[in-house]
Design a protein around this ligand. Sequence first.
Ligand code: AVJ
Length: 323
Amino acid sequence: MNRTDLTLRDCHPSREPLLADLLAGLRSRPKLISPSYFYDARGSQLFDAICELPEYYLTRTESAILETHAADIARCIGEDALLVEFGSGASTKTRVLLERLPHLAAYVPVEISRSHLMDAAQRISSAYPQIEVLPVCADFTLPFNLPRPHRKATRTIVFFPGSTLGNFDPPAAVELLRLMSSIAGPDGGLVIGTDLVKEPAILRRAYNDTAGVTAEFNLNMLRRLNREFGADFDLNAFEHQAIWNAADARIEMHLISTLAQSVTLAGQRIEFAAGERLVTEHSHKYTLESFRAQAVAGGWTARQVWLDDRGYFAVHYLEASMV
Ligand code: AVJ
């Protein structure tokens, strides 16, 4: 199959609401930027490098769980399903499931970065020629329509690995889980990865690596704002910080302004006090119970869970709740 055989469903949002959200965040207290801004081309590369760091156990641990339990997970998904991956990126983790699901009706990667999406869709489609690949370019936090596969699907399964749910504060996480349940429908299923609460030192290390890649990843957000929104952030005047907020069970990534300064973004002036923080990410950590409670609120019932030996990470299988 060549590239032109893949039809893209394009629901990419326009720039205007993005800019309005961005400015609103920079005017709030504390100042906030959505972690979705991390993932430009360089940010995506830095994130890939983070996944290889000795301190960053998440990716490695989740992949091992998926590999060890692939047969069980595939059994939960069932044959002839439509597999919809939210924030599919390079679709790396999906392969272990696709290996076990030769009868899948179709694989639908949903990804905001069009180039990442089309590259990955192309590679998956060459590696699994018997599986129909239907890429959707969309912001997965907003409703989008599923493409229709050639072969009728028995049910829809949402795949959301990576503990990306942790980037959403509880109300937004519940809203996203609801959106997933409305997309999956009444017989739908969800396979989702969640990072677990553990020894704070282990969590802090994972976001404060000695090689400084996470710091680079965090600061790269400012570089992106400079390039894409005509901002003038001085990257030398901000410092990476990652703290464990025990009360809210989350790692918070901040950029600390090392001095009083004013920054211009899209023609708007933004003042920073010395030591003021810009919050770039919340990464919530769950217990099995805290996740299940959130899932119930989002319209899902937990059916299965798989953990690694150390109990660092969980992959859950859930089914849409009866309403
Ligand atoms: C992709 C959201 C799961 O929260 O661990 C990695 C992103 N941030 N290092 C995470 C991230 C800093 C990551 N998620």
